[in-house]
Design a protein around this ligand. Structure first.
Ligand code: C5P
Length: 423
């Protein structure tokens, strides 16, 4: 993670995270974990088992969190703070969770500060086991891990396979990377009851319409806006599938991505998903036309001469074609990228494509629209609301858009309706 991405922000900002550290070699990585969570804006209390202090000093944690690491129940500080720490925690992360820690947690022991806090908290618990692979695969550890998961509701992340401590070779037992723990912590902290478990379908990116095996008609869409929406929805706890045209971007984490090329492929993939969607977001820049014929062989200049005419056929409109497949309660969001008459055109599309909300953005500005990391948008909704937002990153725009969808999701829960939108 770069310094920029560690700036304080939701869902970490102002949240209270307890990081429990037990005694394994991976404990050194937990210093970075505590540091990253602190830089993201969380208030981090570190609790160390006695054996953890054999691997890392409490002062290292104090140095990165600005708060004293607690090591013992039997100190004035330990007694005074453990109840408060447990009561106020939004999330408890145990990293690394050793075989012994898992055993004590599974047994409901409260024989040190960390296990005492474990059975006092009522917040989500995320554990990152790390140990020798023989210990991890021991039937007793398997039992303890599944008891923690199934009976106690703790979430276990990893371990993964890779190099273990020196002399222990490779195997399953390595703690997951700190980035993965932070990522998952973000999801647990950001879970929004309006979004948790919701199915979100997003079309994203450009489409490519082949002229021949090597050439295509396309557009400048980078897919950044669609992927930002996918990522933010996943962080709220939604189950997100993106139907993405060709993009150079890596898949956003926690999101299923179905890659397609043409508008017709995008339509087919979207049609299959939309009947189950709670939220449909049409962020793709779909090519309006495709070559009427795709040549089987590469077109050569000798064959075409100085001029070449390509007849284009209209592509299906995915938002329009899937409108009748959307459940009646599905909240639909569209985009409009226009070079002129932005407001009027966007408002017509809002109506004709059956959107609840349309995100209108100007084309041809260097800091907004295609290929930019930032965007300047106006949000128009079907209740007549209109709001122009200042220049912001696409992640911020995504959060603004989803915040407006939340209002419809919660209203819909207040008066649930069934069936399809046949309008
Ligand atoms: O291209 P247009 O400005 O009409 O796009 C408006 C909205 O309709 C966007 O949300 C876009 O993703 C969607 N759309 C679509 N299929 C098309 C064209 C547009 O789903 N063929």
């Amino acid at each position: 993670m770069g310094a920029r991405t560690l700036a304080p922000r939701p869902p970490w900002k102002g949240r209270r995270i307890v990081v429990g550290v037990s005694g394994g070699i991976a404990a050194y990585k937990s210093v970075q974990l505590a540091r990253d969570l602190t830089r993201l804006g969380a208030e981090v209390d570190v609790l160390m088992t006695r054996s953890a202090t054999e691997f890392v000093g409490p002062i290292s944690f104090e140095g990165v969190t600005g708060r004293p690491a607690l090591t013992s129940l039997w100190s004035a500080q330990g007694v005074a703070r453990h109840v408060g720490v447990a009561r106020d925690a939004d999330l408890l992360i145990v990293a690394p969770a050793t075989a012994d820690l898992l055993a004590r947690a599974a047994g409901g022991r409260a024989d040190d500060l960390l296990t005492t806090v474990l059975i006092t908290v009522r917040c989500p618990v995320l554990m990152a086991p790390a140990m020798n692979h023989r210990m991890w695969t021991h039937p007793q550890t398997t039992l303890n891990a599944s008891h923690c998961r199934e009976a106690l509701g703790y979430e276990l992340l990893g371990p993964t396979t890779g190099p273990l401590a020196v002399g222990e070779g490779e195997g399953e037992g390595r703690m997951v990377e700190v980035e993965e723990i932070v990522e998952r912590a973000g999801v647990l902290l950001g879970q929004d009851e309006n979004w948790a478990g919701r199915r979100v379908v997003i079309t994203s990116g450009p489409t490519r319409e082949p002229l021949d095996p090597v050439r295509f008609l396309g557009n400048r869409s980078s897919g950044r806006m669609g992927f930002a929406l996918a990522r933010e929805a996943a962080l709220l706890g939604a189950r997100v599938t993106v139907v993405s045209g060709p993009t150079a971007l890596p898949d956003p984490s926690g999101v299923e991505v179905r890659r397609v090329e043409t508008a017709r492929e995008m339509l087919a993939a979207t049609e299959a998903l939309i009947p189950e969607a709670d939220v449909a977001i049409y962020a793709a820049a779909v090519a309006d036309y495709r070559p009427g014929q795709t040549r089987e062989r590469k077109t050569r200049k000798e064959e075409t001469g100085h001029r070449m005419a390509v007849e284009l056929t209209e592509n299906p409109d995915i938002a329009r074609e899937t409108r009748s497949l959307r459940p009646q309660s599905c909240v639909a969001v569209g985009f409009a990228l226009e070079t002129e008459e932005l407001r009027e055109r966007a408002s017509r599309k809002l109506e004709s494509k059956g959107f609840h909300l349309i995100v209108a953005n100007p084309a041809g500005e260097h800091d907004a629209g295609f290929e930019s990391d930032t965007n300047r948008v106006t949000l128009l909704d079907r209740d007549g609301g209109e709001e122009s937002l200042p220049l912001m990153t696409k992640a911020e725009v995504a959060r603004e858009v989803l915040a407006r969808v939340t209002a419809w999701l919660s209203a819909r829960d207040a008066s649930p309706t069934q069936g399809r939108d046949a309008s």
